[in-house]
Design a protein around this ligand. Structure first.
Ligand code: MLT
Length: 398
């Protein structure tokens, strides 16, 4: 008799964004005449950069020619992409070796998959509000999860203290969902906490390219000691419009070592390589050539233009919210605007109000944890026309 994983009984019925998609689909079916503006899931709307498309086309051609065709690639990614990433990190003040970078199909998958190399007895620390993947994937393993609160008082940037007992810490900066970004000093405090407690930080840097202030770190490795305590997860989804194309990367430094349950010292880099070579066959060659082009001079120029476009959307949104006297966070180093629901409304109540009355889709803050109650997240990834229209609807009707 097959016995199933009972930890799944402890999960909510459905994944947050699937739940929202179902609600929106029902609304669209019942209101075919309404123009729905989607500012919910952080999905990009601009097409891939021309430099990326050209590189992919060239790679497709290579795949159709006997001499240049490629079958299985290295599970951890091709060296041409590792080398491009080593150069990119170097520009931001971080030295990495090519074999410390693992190419994947995105940060969401790696956030979940990385749980494989940790013992289930670990206590997991997550900030609340939080990207639900960190929580759900650890519930699936039956792990003990403790929370640290993000509040308006700490600008949604919770900090460690000695009372917190945790072995694995998830941090996301710039943050999903709040848009808040840690300073270098704040990250130093987290690194000091991890080193003191032999903990490991899982640092989600998927939104690093939105940082506009050079004083805000784009990688945790600018902090001394971080290579001894942190894994960094990153993605091209938001940086270069790869949400549908799928390509990300995870950095596991060779200096990162911890003991296994039997006392044996383990290299996390070797463990992750072993995990990936066993369970993953790598990202397609065509996609990796496209990803390489993101880091070329032309690719960077084109991707920066895309980021500027989304930043301008965020400015339009922030102007309207300011005019309406609605308190919000984020929007500067982030495509997300985290706003306080007006008139004391709850998150889902305001979500329903926005959808039913204004045909605007947001993401209820409560979906990111109990500290998100009373907040709602909007994204700046929409079209210019859609963003302006949504803000006009808000300006007139809220
Ligand atoms: C979000 O909307 O939070 C993100 O798009 C989800 C993701 O990146 O998986």
């Amino acid at each position: 008799m097959a016995v199933m994983n009972e930890n799944y009984c402890n999960l909510k019925e459905s994944y947050l964004f699937s739940q929202i998609a179902a609600k929106v689909a029902a609304f669209v079916a019942n209101n075919p005449d309404k123009k729905v503006i989607r500012m919910g899931i952080g999905d990009v709307t601009l097409p891939l950069a021309p430099a990326v498309v050209d590189a992919m086309k060239k790679a497709v051609e290579e795949m159709g020619v006997k001499e240049t065709f490629r079958g299985y690639g290295p599970e951890q990614g091709y060296d041409f992409l590792h080398e491009a990433l080593v150069r990119y990190y170097k520009e931001h003040g971080v030295e990495l070796a090519t074999d410390e970078i693992f190419i994947s199909d995105g940060a969401k998958s790696d956030c979940g998959n990385i749980t494989d190399i940790f013992n289930n007895a670990n206590t997991i620390l997550v900030p609340d509000p939080v990207y639900p993947v960190y929580v759900d994937t650890n519930i699936m393993c039956g792990r003990n999860i403790v929370y640290i609160n993000g509040t308006p008082e700490n600008n949604f940037l919770p900090m460690p203290d000695d009372s917190i007992k945790a072995d694995v810490v998830y941090l996301c900066s710039p943050n999903n969902p709040t848009g808040a970004a840690y300073t270098k000093e704040q990250l130093e405090a987290w690194v000091a906490y991890a080193l003191k407690n032999d903990a490991v930080i899982l640092y989600d840097a998927a939104y690093e390219s939105f940082v506009v202030d050079p004083a805000i770190p784009r990688s945790i490795y600018v902090v001394e000691g971080a290579k001894e305590c942190a894994i960094e997860l990153c993605s091209l989804s938001k940086t270069a419009g790869f949400t549908g194309t799928r390509c990300g990367y995870t950095v596991v430094p060779k200096a990162l070592k911890r003991k296994a349950g039997n006392g044996q010292e383990m290299s996390l880099n070797k463990m992750w390589l072993r995990r990936q070579t066993t369970k993953f066959n790598g990202v397609p060659y065509i996609i990796q050539r496209g990803a390489e082009a993101v880091f070329s001079e032309q690719g960077q120029k084109e991707c920066q233009e895309m980021l500027e476009f989304y930043r301008e959307n965020a400015k339009i949104m922030m102007n309207t919210l300011t005019k309406k006297g609605i308190k919000f966070y984020g929007g500067v180093h982030s495509p997300y605007i985290w706003l306080q629901c007006p008139n004391g409304m709850g998150s889902w109540e305001f979500f329903d109000y926005l959808l039913e009355k204004l045909a605007i889709v947001g993401t209820p803050g409560a979906g990111f944890g109990k500290m998100g109650e009373g907040y709602l997240r909007l994204t700046a990834f929409g079209s210019r026309e859609g963003t302006i229209e949504a803000m006009e609807r808000i300006e007139k009707n809220l």
